[in-house]
Design a protein around this ligand. Sequence first.
Ligand code: SAH
Length: 346
Amino acid sequence: MLTPSDQTELRSMTPDMLREAIAPLGMPRFRAAQIFDWLHQKGAARFDEMTNLSKAQRTALAERFWIAPCEIAKKQISAPDGTVKYLFRLHDGETVEGVVMRYRYGNSMCVSTQVGCRMGCRFCASGQHGLVRNLLPGEILGQLASARRDLGESISRVVLMGMGEPLENYDNVLRFLRLVSHPEGFNIGQRRLSLSTCGLTPQIKRLQGEGLGLTLSVSLHAPNDKIRNALMPVNRAYPMQTLLRVCADYASATSRRISFEYALFDGCNDSDACAKELGARLGKLLCHVNLIPANPVEALGFRRSKPERIKAFAQLLGQQGISVTVRRSLGGEIGAACGQLRQSNR
Ligand code: SAH
């Protein structure tokens, strides 16, 4: 039996890597393209599905490589909005969640990048038990492949906003981004990809140099270090002044506006003074602010701000010339909304 290793997982490989990997098996180059097609376009989960390869070739592949499974262990559908939450089981029994949101313009999927999370944001369920492990590129893709097969519908946008901190799993996430936008694969244009980070500034700088067209979202949630330190331990390592400077550099170098996520917690970060301070600090930065009515996470003790408060906060930002929207929250009652992933599946 082959022991699954990161280097032998087939869905994680680019076409070039695949060609190189199968060369020692004496397979012609065009086989690599066929295998890539099976794994990406057709979403194959097993070698015996690859019917245009001979039995001997499939056996030879199975002896050296593996395809990371991403089995649907549970599926929940939210009645009001059609949001689908999946619990995926991986090869080692660990589980991650992925959420498909139905919009008029098409399906958008929120995928996980790690099992658990090390960042410890006080209001988020995903990190309450720490980090278990990084996902392989093929496991991030596997969530899309499994959901698309299950729904029989295409997925046109992907957001890396599920469990985990994508920039902590940098190399695998980068490979995923290249794979998912590959014309022979899922072919999701980079403009339709978003990556959300809690604000790891060295990695944001590194990302700036990758020449990607994706949208960078930064989870801000506070107008100053005092509040942000209390909510997000990561702020002690990378305080707001550094973070905002790196974001400004990113926006001017890429000409892409940064999307700041700001979840409103009752009595914590939602006052008029907070809105004014935030507006002043964002100033002329090329950005957009997404206000998120906070989602309740049992046991964490945060409450959602009142609708009037959310409205007033948005108005104050708008008056300061900041582009702002209030995000519609989907999938709340199946625990699929932001920060609710992995509450009940441990
Ligand atoms: N680690 C990355 C990716 C996770 S994205 C990041 O922090 O950006 C998940 C988004 O949901 C983040 O913006 C996160 O701050 C937000 N979130 C977490 N808990 C939440 C809650 N209870 N209510 C609303 N949003 C929440």
